[in-house]
Design a protein around this ligand. Structure first.
Ligand SMILES: [Zn+2]
Length: 314
């Protein structure tokens, strides 16, 4: 039947087009035969944005399509500055949307030295941040973790200073070379963003992912980084903090054993320590947290973005 043949031909065309398009990959920048003059670029095409969604706790990759080197670009979003780094497909930057960031439109600005006609250029784009529901989780822990003694109040205050120092780092070196991996395989027993009630008392939201695993399971670095802090903390138990560069910090808590030292440079997948049940826990698991320019983001937002496509060596 002719109508049927036409449909099949049309369908084949659609399938062929679909095969050409990278499925689930970050959009790639087509290499130009010769550098296009800056004035020919449409402002809207100068930057592209990749994220699971524009919502609290998400990571947004900003890809710059202009010819300017990463070092000449400065980004700003929700009052936070971010730097760009070089990739095989031009400059890119990463921003986080914090759990407490306001919903609705937010302007992202990229200031660029030496834009069209040698003048500085400011690119702006409005991103619409949508609401995201986080469930409430009720947990029961030892009462000392809910009603803090004066000694433990002092201890958590001192540890808080060290933690803040780690989270605000913005090292202009990209340690991460490829995609990010989950530090232990297995199911998440506690998700990022859950509103938490400990022994009936509402506490801070859960700002990491809990990965269920037996005590002694190796904990792997999500990507290359430098060990910036380790220790036995009141809430976090034995913990390792890694700086991956460009404001990206990851930490691994409640460990039974720490196998790295401050100053070590670790590769992605290297064993940092072992799963345990130290600090404020209900049982053995890994609490894995990620901060990006001091915003609290879901570690799995990193794992699920196709960074391999973005960051592979030229
Ligand atoms: Zn946790």
């Amino acid at each position: 039947m002719i109508a049927g043949q036409k449909s099949r031909t049309a369908l084949a065309g659609i399938v062929a087009l679909a095969l050409l398009a990278p499925v689930g990959a970050l959009p790639t920048v087509e290499p130009a035969a010769e550098p296009a003059p800056e004035t020919a670029a449409e402002p809207a095409s100068l930057a592209r944005f990749e994220a699971r969604q524009f919502a609290p706790g998400e990571v947004v990759v900003v890809r710059w399509n202009g010819p300017q080197p990463a070092g000449s670009l400065e980004g700003r979003f929700l009052g936070r500055e971010f730097r760009f780094f070089e990739t095989n497909a031009g400059a890119a930057g990463m921003i986080g949307i914090d759990l407490d960031d306001p919903l609705g439109p937010a302007t992202l600005a990229i200031h660029c030295e030496n834009g069209a006609g040698g003048k500085d250029l400011v690119f702006t784009k409005k991103l619409a941040i949508v609401d995201k529901e986080f469930p409430t989780q009720e947990l029961t822990v030892e009462s000392k973790y809910v009603e803090l003694s004066p000694e433990n109040q002092k201890r958590t205050k001192e540890e808080g200073v060290l933690i803040r120092k780690a989270f605000v780092r913005n090292t202009p070196h990209r340690y991460f070379r490829e995609g990010f991996q989950s530090p232990v395989p297995g199911a998440q027993s506690g998700r990022f963003g859950e509103r938490r009630v400990f022994n009936g008392v509402p506490k801070s939201p859960h700002t990491g992912a809990d990965l269920r695993a037996q005590t002694g399971t190796p904990v792997l670095a999500t990507a290359e980084g430098v060990v910036i802090e380790t220790g036995d903390f009141f809430y976090l138990g034995n913990v390792v903090f890694l700086d991956h560069g460009y404001g990206l910090i990851s930490y691994y808590a409640h460990l039974s054993e720490i196998l790295v030292s401050e100053g070590d440079i670790v590769s992605g997948g290297q064993i940092l320590g072992k799963v345990g049940a130290t600090g404020r826990v209900t049982g053995p698991h890994l609490h894995w947290g990620v901060k990006l320019r001091d915003t609290r983001v879901d570690p799995f937002a990193l794992v699920e973005l196709d960074f391999d496509a973005l960051l592979a060596a030229p």
